[in-house]
Design a protein around this ligand. Sequence first.
Ligand code: DSN
Length: 428
Amino acid sequence: MTTQTPSPLPGSLADVDPEVLAMIDGETRRLRETIQLIPSENYPSQAVMEATGSVFTTKYAEGYPKRRYYQGCQWVDAVEDLARKRACTLFGADHANVQPHSGSSANMGVYLASLNYGDTVMGLDLIAGGHLTHGSPVNFSAKLYKFVAYGVDPKTELIDFDQVRGVARANRPKMIVVGATAYPRTFDWATFKEIADEVGALLLADIAHISGLIAGGAHPSPVPFADFCSTSTHKALRGPRGGMILCKSEWAERIDKAIMPGLQGGPLEHVIAAKAVMLHEALQPAFRDYAHAIVSNAKALAQSLLDEGLTLVTGGTENHLLIVRLGETGPTGKEIARALERAGLIANANTVPGETRGAFQTSGVRFGTPAATTFGFGADEFRTIGKLIARVIKDPADTTMLKSTANEVRDLCHAVETRRLDLSHSAA
Ligand code: DSN
């Protein structure tokens, strides 16, 4: 039973603002009747949602546990300490900072702690699957630092270590950033570390997409190799929206100072409480099963799409996501993503290596399994989802088919939800 939050405002959301409540209800329905295939999204647990909506939202707590600029911090100190301790235990890290408001803020904090403006940094090209904060020209990262990009082999679409080594030797970066938003393969951290050491660079592993897989033992961990790891907390890790930094102990003080007072003021202690809950959940044995199910479901989806004759970037997947490469002519990724949405399949347009149609229209569509795996879909359902996706990609203008597919998707969601509820009742 949750303790009631004291509030000077009487009334529930239903009484105070039915207009917003209707929007929340609409979003809840959407989440139950369509399939969430955006690889960076997830359904957090009720426990995470309760902590996010808790009384901790009230407190100003600039500083860190036992070193705050405000009084009355005994409980936020306790919860932030618990989150930091759990993060270090889960990932085997020396130090954790759980205050970043997002994955982007976490990266900003790492750069601020370790680089001077104008320093050279290496990151994966956005087109090849990198992130905005890894040196996209429209992002602060490229405005404040001199980013040089490494890419993927145009044939295999895998990270080309000869190229990585060549770019590193030619540019002698102060930091190499490894991580991606759209790379369907595992990262070879040891080789990146070897290259970083050869040129005297720091190594940042941006594990936002894969931190849940790493926590669950379904992807190799960069923690032994990287000076810093940054992550968001709402993707496969299944927590509240936010960010987190792990680092070696020699960087702890500089990381903490970079986040507060360098970048942020008051931490979002209600979100930090929810991060603590997320980390507790990720430390349970069941989370390992979840992380491995994400990967096996992605492989089932990939095989189903390949069986339908579609082309996947790198030919498949080893993690939680995959990217369908469309033709350079014909419907764009954006047009296909819109058609998929009409069919109840929620994905996003994505660039592919060698992209010719720009970052908004794109020649690819990205799919991921973390959220739908949480919802209860297994390999059989993912094979069915693959068939439905292929049907839409092959004929995105057939509105009758899109409508009937949306009905099939809704039935599939209801069946899975009913099965899940039945199982939870029988377990109780
Ligand atoms: N925008 C996120 C994604 O969808 O991958 C990365 O931050």
